[in-house]
Design a binder for this molecule. Structure first.
Ligand code: PEP
Ligand code: MN
Length: 337
């Protein structure tokens, strides 16, 4: 249930409507927009007459949200969510860029990458300190030491940090070092983890599962949002199909579909989306042309010797070239990058 308050409705009127929704058994989420306050009532009662609420003082209109996800639905915030972290806005007119290695490997590696992605115009450094690897014998990440290295390199270059949280027990540690917490594809439906992230107020980058539908991705976002954390961005990172020429099939069409269905910012990951370095640049261009609010791309000074995902990783100069081309695409569709 969505209740849009009139422009200039008083706080007392809004409180009265909240009280009525609570009485009716709804869990109420509040969004204060520039003009209107919107109240989202989430609850079991979807089959009652919205007119009951429409007659209350200060109410402009009332709608039933029919999609299975409510807070993630575009109706909840038609203007679109902008996540602000310091001076960086994700979901605004600027296409944001995140670059960095698949795994944090050493201080030297991260310092070099931080300097090069910052110089290329990226706002955020990525890097995994906890790695979800298909094999238990593969490199599993540097843990806290890796996070510490990323934080200090990021601070030196005025970058934000995005890093993966694999388990709810790691949340406090990630909160100390990382501005954005990444939920990896393999954890998209780890509902305990999503619920725990919903209790934080830290921005979350939620990656689409390797075999997840768009609706399942949005329901996973809803898990986080239903806890009161509305700072969620979604990431298209390719899905598993019958195609074997690429590691995954980069679902570019998911970008405009998500932009229609949800108000949450959409990020594209052409590195995992293709698995091959040569395809990262064209897919980055395509993603921005399709309306992505940001890119997350793997970068390493020596990709052929990277601890993980080297084949899909760009060298710093390739990343800089990508940024330049993406800027041209963004300009062509009335955005900046
Ligand atoms: C990663 O970002 O390095 C990663 C493991 O991504 P995904 O969860 O999309 O596979
Ligand atoms: Mn990776």
């Amino acid at each position: 249930m969505l209740v849009v308050m009139q422009e200039g409705a008083s706080e007392a009127q809004t409180e009265a409507v909240i009280g009525r929704l609570v009485e009716m058994g709804f869990n109420v989420h509040r969004s204060t927009g520039v003009r209107h306050t919107v109240l989202g009532g989430v609850g079991p009662m979807d089959d009652f007459d919205p007119a009951v609420l429409e007659v209350l003082a200060g109410v402009k209109e009332c709608h039933r949200i029919v999609s299975p996800y409510k807070l993630a639905s575009r109706n909840w915030n038609p203007a679109g969510t902008v996540i602000r972290i310091g001076t960086v806005e994700i979901g605004g007119s600027r296409v944001v860029s995140m670059g960095g290695p698949c795994s944090v490997e050493s201080r030297e590696q991260i310092e070099l990458i931080a300097a090069s992605v910052a110089a290329a115009g990226a706002q955020i450094i990525r890097g995994g300190a906890f790695k979800p690897r298909s094999s238990p014998y593969s490199f599993q990440g540097m843990g806290e030491e890796g996070l510490r290295i990323m934080r200090s390199a990021a601070d030196q270059h005025h970058l934000l940090v995005v890093s993966e949280v694999m388990d709810h027990l790691q949340i406090p540690l990630l909160l100390q070092y990382s501005d954005i917490l990444q939920v990896g594809a393999r954890n998209m439906q780890n509902f305990n983890l999503l619920r725990e992230l919903g209790k934080t107020r830290q921005p979350i980058l939620l990656k689409r599962g390797i075999a997840a539908t768009i609706e399942e991705l949005l329901l996973s976002a809803e898990y986080i949002m239903s806890g009161g954390n509305y700072q969620v961005m979604l990431c298209e990172r390719g899905i598993r199909t019958f195609e074997t020429s690429t590691r995954n099939t980069m679902d570019i069409s998911a970008i405009p579909v998500l932009k229609r269905l949800t108000h949450l910012p959409v990020i594209a990951d052409p590195s995992h989306g293709t698995g091959k370095r040569d395809y990262v640049l064209p897919m980055a261009r395509a993603a921005v042309a399709a309306g992505a609010d940001g890119l997350i791309v793997e970068v390493h000074p020596d990709p052929d010797h990277a601890a993980s995902d080297g084949a899909q990783t760009l060298r710093p100069e390739q990343f800089a070239d990508m940024m330049e081309q993406v800027r041209a695409i963004a300009g062509a569709i009335g955005r900046v990058a």
